[in-house]
Design a protein around this ligand. Sequence first.
Ligand code: FPP
Length: 252
Amino acid sequence: MSLKEKIDLNRLPSHIAIIMDGNGRWAKQHGQLRVFGHRNGITAVREAAEAAAELGVKYLTLYAFSTENWNRPRVEVNALMQLLLQTINQEVTTLNKNNIRLHAIGDLDSLPPRNRKHLHKVMEETANNSRMTLTLALSYSSRWEIVEAARKLADQIQSGQCKPEEVNQQCIEKLLSTHDMPDPELLIRTSGEMRISNFMLWQIAYAELYFTPTLWPDFRRDDLYKAILDFQCRERRFGKTSEQIQNVKKQE
Ligand code: FPP
């Protein structure tokens, strides 16, 4: 039985988020510059997106460029922006063929104008696709997103749209860049690092975390299947006791 066949399609995580890490180390292992690792990371992006869509996962979010990544050497930042531009333009046909919608979150205004323009164009061209939403987190950090939400909330309070005592979790969720998607149920980080690195801090409150030593450019369909199978073995309690969860299951 293949790994894919072992997956229970009735218990898929509806939203998987991935911190793609290890491109630089992969390049070093191959005696190449870091950019070589990023370029090879595109194959892994394609594999993860196609495998997730084929299974029936509705949302896949990839941490492609963090707010902090702007501090990398200029040559690497430029190469990443170039790669992003090239990839979204090249992949638009495949996205449409596979009925995948491209979406982006983050401080998109800080991207180079050409990237912004092409990103918006591809998002528009794939807007009606319904099989899966592939979200790229670009110039994204969770603290940036939460500060933005806090500013908007302050505006709403100042203009009388909302009273301080009416502020609840839903008010904040509506102001996050992920307001139109469910929270990730599974968060994967590659390369053996066990950190969250400022990614979806609010949204992963109850996500199952999965860390794999695989470096991102080596990530293939089977790596995604392994993560999903691991997720399906977890007991998700959401603060309740194991007995409460088991009793609900028995009643179903
Ligand atoms: C982390 O590896 C990876 C990144 C900062 C960039 C990820 C980008 C890609 C996979 C390519 C572009 C993506 C899309 C969706 C077009 P690292 O450089 O931090 O690796 P290291 O920790 O080994 O140095």
